[in-house]
Design a protein around this ligand. Structure first.
Ligand code: TMP
Length: 209
């Protein structure tokens, strides 16, 4: 795929309670207003089959899900999502915004679960080749605040049931990746009021359109 012809690929990341849903809607609205043809999708998920894998991953259950099982299922869903939706969409010149992508694997499985970053990198190369998001918007906030917000949403999924230490490691892994690749990441302070978060996101997007 030629990079000059393909659409832009953005991902939105953050720990629990960072406000991804409201900000995703804002991003879509902003890009629509700039006449960008944008498709919004999510991970795990994005195609019917990958959404079934999402169900498997998120449903709390008695049987402990092994770390390798979780990681492979996430990349299985990603492989399906990429081939069936992401790559064809970008090849049509459309923009695509994904609610989470592989940075979440480095943060949750690498940081949170303490799995090997090298193993995740190998799966990333296997499944994605050279394809990476052009820009990752990271909604960052203190873990305690995010967990308070997430708790108000009701029933917790399998990941949301993890403890404060887990999410602290997830946050640190996200921030470390952003620090290592500053040109590919925009870190937005998500502890601010929503209107200020959206002002910051607008600033990031204006530099792209
Ligand atoms: P969310 O889209 O509502 O945030 O839920 C998705 C959950 O899946 C979230 O808790 C993070 C987790 N996840 C991973 O652990 N690794 C991944 O690679 C992705 C995409 C998501």
């Amino acid at each position: 795929m030629s990079d000059t012809q393909r659409g832009l690929f953005l991902s939105l990341e953050g720990t629990e309670g960072a406000g991804k849903s409201s900000n995703l809607a804002f991003i879509k609205e902003f890009l629509d207003s700039k006449n960008k043809n944008v498709l919004v999708t999510r991970e795990p998920g994005g195609t019917p089959f990958a959404e079934e894998i999402r169900e498997l991953l998120l449903t709390p259950r008695d049987e402990v899900v092994c770390e390798n099982t979780e990681l492979l299922l996430i990349f299985a869903a990603r492989a399906q999502h990429l081939q069936k939706l992401i790559v064809p969409t970008l090849e049509q010149g459309k923009w695509l915004v994904s609610d989470r992508f592989t940075d979440a694997s480095f943060a949750y499985q690498g940081g949170g679960r303490k799995m090997s970053f090298d193993t995740i990198k190998q799966l990333e190369s296997l499944v994605q080749g050279a394809l990476r998001p052009d820009l990752v918007i990271l909604l960052d906030l203190p873990v305690e605040l995010g967990m308070q917000r997430a708790a108000k949403r009701g029933a917790l999924d399998r990941f949301e049931q993890e403890d404060l230490e887990f999410f602290s490691r997830v946050r640190q892994a996200y921030l470390a990746r952003a620090e290592q690749n500053p040109h590919r990441y925009a870190v937005v302070d998500a502890s601010q009021p929503l209107s200020s978060v959206q002002d910051d996101i607008r600033g990031v997007l204006e530099s792209l359109v």
